[in-house]
Design a protein around this ligand. Structure first.
Ligand code: ATP
Ligand code: MG
Length: 186
């Protein structure tokens, strides 16, 4: 007799978590992002991300030993950055992973400061960080063919905190849980 498959495919080892830091939208922003996802889906097709999964990744850690959580929290504690408004006004498409997304034609300096401070702290503590430049984006569609860039209604996101998030892979797709939040200075 075989045992049933583990629910968390990405975290086959029980002592690891699949983690990332993200901007986690408030309810109004989430609703606006979801409306834009519906609209972009009408243009480009593919599979819409569920409303409850919408977020903007700041730093992706991947599979991380639970024992490293305290060190991650310490990294985030060092980040001193300011609240800002992020205007997401540009649809984008990546051919290599067939993702359709909403991004910012101009990333505010506070956003870049936040990403920079967080990644610098993570790197200094020995965590893996992305080598390529950060492109602020919210994934709205998976497995899309993309198409012509439609002009889109901007989403105004008042950013006042960032979060450490756990990714759990379930048969119906990824589910995310906010583990902890950090406020930004106003
Ligand atoms: P699944 O991989 O199960 O389809 P997912 O891609 O939604 O689910 P994760 O792979 O855990 O979930 O990714 C969480 C977030 O981190 C997503 O926003 C994803 O785009 C981003 N991400 C994933 N892998 C990387 C990576 N190597 N570099 C940068 N960001 C990544
Ligand atoms: Mg993934």
């Amino acid at each position: 007799m075989t045992e049933s498959a583990p629910a968390e495919f990405h975290s086959a080892k029980p002592d690891t978590l699949r983690l990332f830091f993200a901007l986690w939208p408030d309810d109004a922003t989430r609703a606006a992002l979801n409306r834009t996802g519906k609209w972009l889906h009408q243009h480009w097709g593919g599979r819409r991300m569920r409303a409850d999964t919408l977020h903007l990744t700041l730093a992706f850690l991947g599979s991380t030993p639970v024992a490293h959580l305290d060190a991650l929290v310490a990294c985030a504690n060092t980040v001193q950055s300011h609240a800002f408004e992020l205007i997401l006004d540009q649809a984008g498409y990546w051919r290599h992973n067939r993702i359709g997304w909403l991004g910012a034609s101009e990333a505010p300096p506070q956003h870049l400061d936040l990403v920079g401070a967080l990644n610098t702290a993570l790197q200094a503590a020995g965590f893996p960080v992305d080598a390529w430049p950060h492109v602020p984006h919210v994934t709205l569609l998976r497995n899309t063919a993309g198409g012509e860039m439609p002009a889109c209604e901007p989403v105004r996101w008042p950013v006042s905190d960032f979060a450490l998030v756990k990714s759990v892979t379930e048969p119906q797709g990824a589910r995310y849980e906010v583990i902890r939040r950090w406020s930004l200075d106003r």
